[in-house]
Design a protein around this ligand. Structure first.
Ligand SMILES: [Zn+2]
Length: 213
């Protein structure tokens, strides 16, 4: 916590951390009350954080042995070893803890018996809604024979049928889990967030903070 003291103008005072290399622009709108540990941690992982959404960069971190492993059905040239995925996951988890605090979501990574940490939608409700939509779609849509052009109208018919049966929040937060032509999705939270909150709100906050120079 940075204490600027009474009467001091926060914005007139650049903040330099103990690392000596992170300087927050005095005109930025950054929240000065983050713990400086966070900035120190960011500085220590600058390259990784700058590339957090760049899967090509992570793929390039393969070691000699991993690069030389023979390809097989589950290991295309696009493959990223679990070792590397875990490093990235750990960074994301740590950053989420700095930004949003720790919650018990970590204890049930594969359960939907929890509420989205951001919008509070109950994940089981999304799961139930999606499974009803998918089952009803199966009644009117033949995944093997029907024309692609008929897919959207069929889906819309099903969505209309359930429209007054689920709250707006559930329908809105389920939109990224709806079946698409050629695929169905599983409903699961992402680090405790529903898919919509994750994509729209949380993911953009991950990685390097460009207000740091
Ligand atoms: Zn949410």
């Amino acid at each position: 916590m940075v204490d600027f003291g009474p009467g001091q103008d926060k914005l007139a005072m650049p903040l330099t951390t103990i690392m000596g290399r992170i300087i927050i622009s005095p005109v930025s709108t950054i929240n000065y009350y983050f713990n400086t540990d966070y900035y120190q941690w960011m500085a220590q992982h600058e390259t990784e954080l700058k590339n957090i959404h760049n899967m090509n960069w992570w793929r390039a971190q393969k070691n000699e042995e991993e690069r030389n492993m023979p390809r097989h059905a589950n290991r295309s040239y696009n493959w990223i070893p679990n070792r590397i995925i875990k490093i990235r996951d750990k960074l994301i988890e740590t950053q989420l803890s700095y930004l949003f605090g720790d919650k018990d979501w970590n204890e049930k990574p594969f359960s939907n018996d929890l509420n989205c940490r951001h919008c509070d939608v109950y994940m089981e409700d999304i799961s139930e809604y999606i499974s009803k939509v998918t089952n009803s779609l199966d009644d009117i849509w033949n995944w093997h024979n029907d024309d692609q052009k008929d897919f959207e109208p069929s889906l819309q018919q099903v969505l209309d049928f359930y429209d007054d049966k689920y709250p707006e929040l559930v329908k809105e937060k389920a939109r990224l889990n709806l079946p698409t032509y050629g695929s169905r999705t599983m409903v699961g939270h992402i680090n405790g967030f529903c898919h919509v909150c994750w994509e729209d709100i949380i993911k953009p906050q991950l990685g390097w903070d460009n207000r740091l120079v």
